[in-house]
Ligand binder design. Sequence first.
Ligand SMILES: [Zn+2]
Length: 397
Amino acid sequence: METAKIGANEKGGIHRLALSDEDRVVRDWFRAACEALGCTVTIDDCGNMFARRPGKRADLDPICMGSHLDTQPTGGKFDGVLGVLAALEVMRTLHAAGFETNAPIEIVNWTNEEGARFAPAMLASGVFAGAFTRDFAYAREDRDGKTFLAELERIGYKGAEPVGQRRIGAMFELHIEQGPILEAEEKMIGVVTGVQGMRWYEVNVHGLSAHTGATPMHMRKNALLGAARMVEAIHGIALAHGPDAVGTVGLMEVEPNSRNVVPSEVFFCVDFRHPDEATLDGMEAAFRAALSAVLEPLGLTFEEKRIWRNPAVRFHPDLIACVREGAKKSGYRMRDLVSGAGHDAAYVARVAPTTMIFVPCAGGVSHNEAESTTLEECGAGAQVLLEAVLAYDQRFA
Ligand SMILES: [Zn+2]
Protein backbone atom coordinates (compact mmCIF):
# COMPACT_ATOMS: atom_id res chain seq x y z
CA MET A 1 0.00 0.00 0.00
CA GLU A 2 2.96 2.29 0.56
CA THR A 3 4.49 1.88 -2.90
CA ALA A 4 0.98 1.87 -4.41
CA LYS A 5 0.89 5.60 -3.62
CA ILE A 6 3.65 6.11 -6.19
CA GLY A 7 1.72 6.70 -9.41
CA ALA A 8 -1.62 6.09 -7.68
CA ASN A 9 -4.67 7.08 -9.67
CA GLU A 10 -8.15 7.99 -8.45
CA LYS A 11 -9.56 4.56 -9.31
CA GLY A 12 -7.28 2.79 -6.83
CA GLY A 13 -4.81 1.54 -9.41
CA ILE A 14 -1.32 2.60 -10.42
CA HIS A 15 0.04 4.41 -13.47
CA ARG A 16 3.77 3.74 -13.21
CA LEU A 17 5.22 3.17 -16.65
CA ALA A 18 8.78 1.92 -17.06
CA LEU A 19 11.48 4.61 -16.80
CA SER A 20 8.94 7.34 -15.93
CA ASP A 21 9.35 9.71 -12.99
CA GLU A 22 7.10 7.41 -10.95
CA ASP A 23 9.36 4.46 -11.79
CA ARG A 24 12.35 6.46 -10.54
CA VAL A 25 10.60 7.23 -7.25
CA VAL A 26 9.66 3.60 -6.58
CA ARG A 27 13.19 2.48 -7.50
CA ASP A 28 14.64 4.98 -5.03
CA TRP A 29 12.25 3.64 -2.39
CA PHE A 30 13.22 0.04 -3.15
CA ARG A 31 16.94 0.78 -3.07
CA ALA A 32 16.65 2.56 0.27
CA ALA A 33 14.58 -0.31 1.74
CA CYS A 34 17.21 -2.86 0.69
CA GLU A 35 20.13 -0.77 1.88
CA ALA A 36 18.42 -0.39 5.25
CA LEU A 37 18.85 -4.17 5.60
CA GLY A 38 22.54 -3.95 4.76
CA CYS A 39 22.07 -5.23 1.22
CA THR A 40 24.37 -4.10 -1.58
CA VAL A 41 22.36 -2.78 -4.52
CA THR A 42 23.88 -3.11 -7.99
CA ILE A 43 22.28 -1.69 -11.14
CA ASP A 44 23.14 -2.95 -14.60
CA ASP A 45 23.20 -0.87 -17.76
CA CYS A 46 19.60 -1.84 -18.57
CA GLY A 47 18.41 -0.56 -15.20
CA ASN A 48 17.86 -4.01 -13.66
CA MET A 49 18.39 -3.78 -9.89
CA PHE A 50 20.00 -6.50 -7.74
CA ALA A 51 19.98 -6.25 -3.92
CA ARG A 52 22.39 -8.78 -2.41
CA ARG A 53 22.60 -10.23 1.07
CA PRO A 54 25.74 -12.33 1.50
CA GLY A 55 25.59 -15.99 2.52
CA LYS A 56 28.14 -18.13 4.37
CA ARG A 57 29.78 -19.04 1.09
CA ALA A 58 30.90 -16.28 -1.26
CA ASP A 59 31.82 -18.81 -3.96
CA LEU A 60 28.15 -19.68 -4.65
CA ASP A 61 25.93 -17.93 -7.17
CA PRO A 62 23.01 -16.15 -5.50
CA ILE A 63 19.51 -17.52 -5.06
CA CYS A 64 17.35 -14.75 -6.52
CA MET A 65 13.78 -13.63 -5.91
CA GLY A 66 11.95 -10.81 -7.62
CA SER A 67 9.74 -9.48 -10.36
CA HIS A 68 8.99 -5.94 -11.59
CA LEU A 69 7.86 -2.58 -10.19
CA ASP A 70 6.58 -1.03 -13.43
CA THR A 71 2.84 -1.19 -14.19
CA GLN A 72 0.37 -0.90 -17.04
CA PRO A 73 -1.12 2.59 -17.66
CA THR A 74 -4.18 1.48 -15.67
CA GLY A 75 -2.42 -1.23 -13.67
CA GLY A 76 -3.23 -2.70 -10.30
CA LYS A 77 -1.26 -2.78 -7.06
CA PHE A 78 -0.07 -6.38 -7.24
CA ASP A 79 1.09 -7.37 -10.73
CA GLY A 80 4.88 -7.62 -10.42
CA VAL A 81 5.00 -5.48 -7.32
CA LEU A 82 4.03 -8.40 -5.08
CA GLY A 83 7.02 -10.42 -6.29
CA VAL A 84 9.48 -7.65 -5.41
CA LEU A 85 7.88 -6.64 -2.12
CA ALA A 86 7.41 -10.24 -0.95
CA ALA A 87 11.11 -10.78 -1.71
CA LEU A 88 11.84 -7.72 0.41
CA GLU A 89 9.69 -9.22 3.17
CA VAL A 90 11.68 -12.46 2.93
CA MET A 91 14.89 -10.44 3.16
CA ARG A 92 13.57 -8.54 6.20
CA THR A 93 12.58 -11.83 7.83
CA LEU A 94 16.06 -13.30 7.32
CA HIS A 95 17.59 -10.07 8.58
CA ALA A 96 15.36 -9.86 11.66
CA ALA A 97 16.03 -13.50 12.53
CA GLY A 98 19.76 -13.10 11.94
CA PHE A 99 19.50 -16.17 9.71
CA GLU A 100 22.56 -16.96 7.60
CA THR A 101 21.92 -18.72 4.31
CA ASN A 102 24.61 -20.77 2.60
CA ALA A 103 24.30 -19.01 -0.75
CA PRO A 104 23.95 -15.26 -1.17
CA ILE A 105 20.33 -14.10 -1.57
CA GLU A 106 19.34 -11.39 -4.04
CA ILE A 107 16.19 -9.44 -4.84
CA VAL A 108 15.80 -8.45 -8.49
CA ASN A 109 13.69 -5.66 -9.99
CA TRP A 110 13.57 -6.13 -13.77
CA THR A 111 13.15 -3.08 -16.02
CA ASN A 112 10.15 -2.65 -18.36
CA GLU A 113 8.43 -5.97 -17.77
CA GLU A 114 5.04 -4.71 -18.90
CA GLY A 115 6.01 -3.56 -22.38
CA ALA A 116 3.23 -0.99 -22.05
CA ARG A 117 5.61 1.89 -22.75
CA PHE A 118 8.46 0.18 -24.61
CA ALA A 119 7.45 -2.92 -26.58
CA PRO A 120 8.21 -5.77 -26.35
CA ALA A 121 7.41 -6.87 -22.80
CA MET A 122 10.06 -8.32 -20.46
CA LEU A 123 12.59 -6.30 -22.35
CA ALA A 124 15.43 -6.03 -19.84
CA SER A 125 15.17 -9.58 -18.49
CA GLY A 126 15.19 -10.60 -22.15
CA VAL A 127 18.46 -8.73 -22.71
CA PHE A 128 19.85 -10.26 -19.52
CA ALA A 129 19.06 -13.74 -20.87
CA GLY A 130 20.38 -13.03 -24.37
CA ALA A 131 17.00 -12.98 -26.14
CA PHE A 132 17.60 -9.36 -27.26
CA THR A 133 20.74 -7.27 -27.62
CA ARG A 134 21.28 -4.33 -25.30
CA ASP A 135 21.28 -1.95 -28.27
CA PHE A 136 17.92 -3.30 -29.41
CA ALA A 137 16.51 -2.41 -25.97
CA TYR A 138 18.19 1.01 -25.98
CA ALA A 139 16.59 1.89 -29.32
CA ARG A 140 13.00 1.01 -28.33
CA GLU A 141 10.77 4.07 -28.52
CA ASP A 142 7.56 4.92 -26.70
CA ARG A 143 4.62 6.42 -28.63
CA ASP A 144 6.12 9.90 -28.12
CA GLY A 145 9.40 8.88 -29.75
CA LYS A 146 11.42 8.84 -26.52
CA THR A 147 13.96 6.03 -26.43
CA PHE A 148 14.56 3.49 -23.68
CA LEU A 149 18.18 4.65 -23.38
CA ALA A 150 17.33 8.34 -23.10
CA GLU A 151 14.71 7.66 -20.44
CA LEU A 152 16.97 5.23 -18.55
CA GLU A 153 19.66 7.94 -18.39
CA ARG A 154 17.14 10.65 -17.55
CA ILE A 155 15.91 8.88 -14.42
CA GLY A 156 19.49 8.02 -13.40
CA TYR A 157 19.18 4.23 -13.55
CA LYS A 158 21.74 3.30 -16.19
CA GLY A 159 24.14 1.37 -13.99
CA ALA A 160 27.76 0.48 -14.63
CA GLU A 161 27.48 -3.31 -14.66
CA PRO A 162 27.11 -4.80 -18.17
CA VAL A 163 23.69 -6.46 -18.43
CA GLY A 164 23.80 -10.27 -18.35
CA GLN A 165 27.27 -10.44 -16.84
CA ARG A 166 25.92 -11.24 -13.41
CA ARG A 167 25.44 -14.88 -12.46
CA ILE A 168 22.18 -16.23 -11.06
CA GLY A 169 22.18 -19.56 -9.20
CA ALA A 170 18.40 -19.89 -9.09
CA MET A 171 15.41 -17.59 -9.62
CA PHE A 172 12.04 -17.68 -7.81
CA GLU A 173 9.34 -15.24 -8.98
CA LEU A 174 6.18 -14.84 -6.91
CA HIS A 175 3.30 -13.33 -8.89
CA ILE A 176 -0.47 -13.02 -8.81
CA GLU A 177 -2.12 -15.60 -11.04
CA GLN A 178 -3.81 -12.99 -13.29
CA GLY A 179 -6.39 -15.67 -14.01
CA PRO A 180 -9.39 -17.16 -12.17
CA ILE A 181 -8.34 -20.79 -11.52
CA LEU A 182 -6.88 -20.67 -7.98
CA GLU A 183 -9.78 -18.63 -6.64
CA ALA A 184 -12.37 -20.83 -8.34
CA GLU A 185 -10.79 -23.99 -6.92
CA GLU A 186 -10.07 -22.43 -3.51
CA LYS A 187 -6.35 -23.11 -3.76
CA MET A 188 -3.89 -20.75 -2.11
CA ILE A 189 -0.73 -21.57 -4.07
CA GLY A 190 -0.15 -22.18 -7.78
CA VAL A 191 2.90 -24.32 -8.45
CA VAL A 192 3.87 -22.96 -11.86
CA THR A 193 5.38 -25.56 -14.15
CA GLY A 194 5.91 -23.34 -17.21
CA VAL A 195 4.74 -20.47 -19.38
CA GLN A 196 2.72 -20.73 -22.56
CA GLY A 197 4.16 -19.51 -25.88
CA MET A 198 3.33 -15.98 -27.02
CA ARG A 199 3.50 -14.03 -30.25
CA TRP A 200 2.90 -10.33 -30.89
CA TYR A 201 2.17 -8.70 -34.25
CA GLU A 202 1.75 -5.13 -35.48
CA VAL A 203 -0.50 -4.26 -38.40
CA ASN A 204 -0.88 -1.03 -40.38
CA VAL A 205 -4.01 -0.80 -42.53
CA HIS A 206 -4.10 1.83 -45.26
CA GLY A 207 -7.31 3.21 -46.78
CA LEU A 208 -8.35 6.66 -47.95
CA SER A 209 -9.64 9.56 -45.86
CA ALA A 210 -12.83 11.03 -47.29
CA HIS A 211 -15.81 13.16 -46.34
CA THR A 212 -18.36 11.07 -44.42
CA GLY A 213 -21.28 12.98 -45.91
CA ALA A 214 -20.17 13.23 -49.51
CA THR A 215 -18.59 9.80 -50.09
CA PRO A 216 -20.99 6.97 -51.08
CA MET A 217 -20.56 3.75 -49.13
CA HIS A 218 -19.39 1.69 -52.11
CA MET A 219 -16.64 4.21 -52.93
CA ARG A 220 -14.95 4.17 -49.52
CA LYS A 221 -11.67 2.66 -48.42
CA ASN A 222 -12.40 2.56 -44.69
CA ALA A 223 -9.33 1.33 -42.81
CA LEU A 224 -11.25 1.05 -39.53
CA LEU A 225 -13.89 -1.19 -41.07
CA GLY A 226 -11.10 -3.54 -42.15
CA ALA A 227 -9.48 -3.43 -38.73
CA ALA A 228 -12.84 -4.09 -37.03
CA ARG A 229 -13.37 -7.18 -39.16
CA MET A 230 -9.83 -8.31 -38.26
CA VAL A 231 -10.68 -8.01 -34.55
CA GLU A 232 -13.57 -10.41 -35.17
CA ALA A 233 -11.36 -12.72 -37.28
CA ILE A 234 -8.65 -12.87 -34.59
CA HIS A 235 -11.24 -13.71 -31.95
CA GLY A 236 -12.50 -16.51 -34.21
CA ILE A 237 -8.99 -17.87 -34.85
CA ALA A 238 -8.42 -18.22 -31.10
CA LEU A 239 -11.78 -19.99 -30.64
CA ALA A 240 -11.00 -22.31 -33.53
CA HIS A 241 -7.72 -23.36 -31.87
CA GLY A 242 -9.32 -23.84 -28.42
CA PRO A 243 -9.62 -24.64 -25.64
CA ASP A 244 -6.13 -23.40 -24.72
CA ALA A 245 -5.68 -20.72 -27.40
CA VAL A 246 -6.21 -16.99 -26.79
CA GLY A 247 -6.06 -14.12 -29.27
CA THR A 248 -6.55 -10.40 -28.61
CA VAL A 249 -6.44 -6.99 -30.24
CA GLY A 250 -5.86 -4.67 -27.28
CA LEU A 251 -4.42 -1.57 -28.93
CA MET A 252 -5.68 0.40 -31.90
CA GLU A 253 -4.91 3.84 -33.27
CA VAL A 254 -7.17 5.47 -35.84
CA GLU A 255 -6.18 8.26 -38.24
CA PRO A 256 -7.31 10.95 -38.53
CA ASN A 257 -9.73 9.99 -35.72
CA SER A 258 -12.29 12.61 -36.62
CA ARG A 259 -16.05 12.03 -36.45
CA ASN A 260 -16.72 13.19 -39.99
CA VAL A 261 -13.76 11.67 -41.82
CA VAL A 262 -13.67 8.10 -43.18
CA PRO A 263 -10.61 6.60 -41.41
CA SER A 264 -7.58 6.34 -43.66
CA GLU A 265 -5.07 4.61 -41.40
CA VAL A 266 -5.35 2.12 -38.55
CA PHE A 267 -2.54 0.68 -36.48
CA PHE A 268 -3.34 -2.32 -34.27
CA CYS A 269 -1.52 -4.99 -32.27
CA VAL A 270 -2.28 -8.70 -32.01
CA ASP A 271 -1.42 -11.02 -29.12
CA PHE A 272 -1.64 -14.82 -29.58
CA ARG A 273 -0.87 -17.39 -26.83
CA HIS A 274 -0.90 -21.16 -26.54
CA PRO A 275 1.15 -23.77 -24.59
CA ASP A 276 2.19 -25.46 -27.85
CA GLU A 277 4.37 -23.99 -30.62
CA ALA A 278 2.79 -25.97 -33.47
CA THR A 279 -0.65 -24.60 -32.62
CA LEU A 280 0.79 -21.08 -32.60
CA ASP A 281 2.18 -21.72 -36.08
CA GLY A 282 -1.35 -22.65 -37.20
CA MET A 283 -2.83 -19.52 -35.61
CA GLU A 284 -0.21 -17.35 -37.30
CA ALA A 285 -0.96 -18.88 -40.72
CA ALA A 286 -4.70 -18.37 -40.21
CA PHE A 287 -4.12 -14.75 -39.15
CA ARG A 288 -2.02 -13.98 -42.24
CA ALA A 289 -4.59 -15.59 -44.52
CA ALA A 290 -7.34 -13.55 -42.87
CA LEU A 291 -5.50 -10.26 -43.44
CA SER A 292 -5.59 -10.72 -47.22
CA ALA A 293 -9.07 -12.25 -47.24
CA VAL A 294 -10.60 -9.47 -45.11
CA LEU A 295 -8.73 -6.33 -46.16
CA GLU A 296 -8.23 -6.69 -49.90
CA PRO A 297 -11.96 -6.87 -50.81
CA LEU A 298 -12.39 -3.55 -48.94
CA GLY A 299 -9.79 -1.92 -51.19
CA LEU A 300 -7.33 -1.68 -48.30
CA THR A 301 -3.58 -2.37 -48.24
CA PHE A 302 -1.62 -3.39 -45.17
CA GLU A 303 1.74 -4.26 -43.65
CA GLU A 304 2.01 -6.91 -40.96
CA LYS A 305 5.03 -7.71 -38.83
CA ARG A 306 5.63 -10.25 -36.08
CA ILE A 307 7.49 -8.08 -33.56
CA TRP A 308 7.96 -10.66 -30.84
CA ARG A 309 7.87 -14.34 -30.19
CA ASN A 310 8.36 -16.06 -26.87
CA PRO A 311 8.50 -19.85 -27.04
CA ALA A 312 6.74 -22.00 -24.46
CA VAL A 313 8.85 -22.52 -21.29
CA ARG A 314 9.22 -25.35 -18.80
CA PHE A 315 10.49 -24.46 -15.34
CA HIS A 316 13.18 -26.34 -13.42
CA PRO A 317 12.00 -29.51 -11.60
CA ASP A 318 14.27 -28.97 -8.57
CA LEU A 319 12.89 -25.50 -7.95
CA ILE A 320 9.32 -26.65 -8.56
CA ALA A 321 9.92 -29.33 -5.90
CA CYS A 322 11.10 -26.65 -3.45
CA VAL A 323 7.89 -24.66 -4.04
CA ARG A 324 5.77 -27.76 -3.44
CA GLU A 325 7.72 -28.52 -0.28
CA GLY A 326 7.28 -24.92 0.91
CA ALA A 327 3.55 -24.92 0.29
CA LYS A 328 3.15 -28.28 1.98
CA LYS A 329 5.19 -27.25 5.01
CA SER A 330 3.12 -24.08 5.34
CA GLY A 331 -0.12 -26.07 5.03
CA TYR A 332 -1.51 -24.35 1.93
CA ARG A 333 -3.74 -25.99 -0.66
CA MET A 334 -1.96 -25.95 -4.03
CA ARG A 335 -2.28 -27.01 -7.64
CA ASP A 336 -0.02 -27.04 -10.71
CA LEU A 337 -0.54 -24.30 -13.32
CA VAL A 338 0.92 -23.21 -16.65
CA SER A 339 1.21 -19.44 -16.73
CA GLY A 340 -1.09 -17.73 -19.18
CA ALA A 341 0.85 -14.48 -18.97
CA GLY A 342 4.44 -13.70 -19.82
CA HIS A 343 6.89 -13.10 -17.00
CA ASP A 344 10.53 -12.18 -16.53
CA ALA A 345 11.05 -15.71 -15.21
CA ALA A 346 10.34 -17.06 -18.71
CA TYR A 347 13.51 -15.39 -19.99
CA VAL A 348 15.59 -15.99 -16.87
CA ALA A 349 14.82 -19.71 -17.30
CA ARG A 350 17.11 -19.64 -20.35
CA VAL A 351 20.18 -18.85 -18.25
CA ALA A 352 19.42 -20.17 -14.74
CA PRO A 353 17.22 -22.71 -12.96
CA THR A 354 13.95 -20.81 -12.52
CA THR A 355 10.38 -21.21 -11.34
CA MET A 356 7.34 -19.22 -10.24
CA ILE A 357 4.77 -19.22 -7.44
CA PHE A 358 1.23 -17.94 -8.00
CA VAL A 359 -1.30 -16.64 -5.50
CA PRO A 360 -4.97 -15.88 -6.31
CA CYS A 361 -6.28 -12.50 -7.39
CA ALA A 362 -9.93 -11.59 -6.97
CA GLY A 363 -12.01 -12.70 -9.93
CA GLY A 364 -8.82 -13.37 -11.90
CA VAL A 365 -8.80 -9.65 -12.72
CA SER A 366 -5.41 -8.15 -13.64
CA HIS A 367 -4.02 -5.35 -15.80
CA ASN A 368 -6.89 -3.48 -14.19
CA GLU A 369 -7.17 -0.97 -11.37
CA ALA A 370 -9.53 -3.32 -9.53
CA GLU A 371 -6.78 -5.94 -9.21
CA SER A 372 -6.95 -7.32 -5.68
CA THR A 373 -5.21 -9.93 -3.55
CA THR A 374 -5.85 -10.25 0.17
CA LEU A 375 -3.27 -9.71 2.87
CA GLU A 376 -3.60 -13.38 3.74
CA GLU A 377 -2.90 -14.42 0.14
CA CYS A 378 0.05 -12.06 -0.18
CA GLY A 379 1.38 -13.41 3.10
CA ALA A 380 0.97 -17.00 1.94
CA GLY A 381 2.92 -16.25 -1.22
CA ALA A 382 5.73 -14.60 0.73
CA GLN A 383 5.82 -17.51 3.18
CA VAL A 384 6.11 -20.08 0.39
CA LEU A 385 8.75 -17.93 -1.31
CA LEU A 386 10.78 -17.92 1.91
CA GLU A 387 10.37 -21.67 2.43
CA ALA A 388 11.24 -22.46 -1.20
CA VAL A 389 14.39 -20.33 -1.12
CA LEU A 390 15.50 -21.92 2.15
CA ALA A 391 14.73 -25.41 0.84
CA TYR A 392 16.87 -24.73 -2.23
CA ASP A 393 19.63 -23.28 -0.07
CA GLN A 394 19.81 -26.55 1.88
CA ARG A 395 21.60 -28.21 -1.03
CA PHE A 396 24.64 -26.07 -0.22
CA ALA A 397 24.73 -26.97 3.48
ZN1 LIG B 1 3.79 -8.94 -13.99
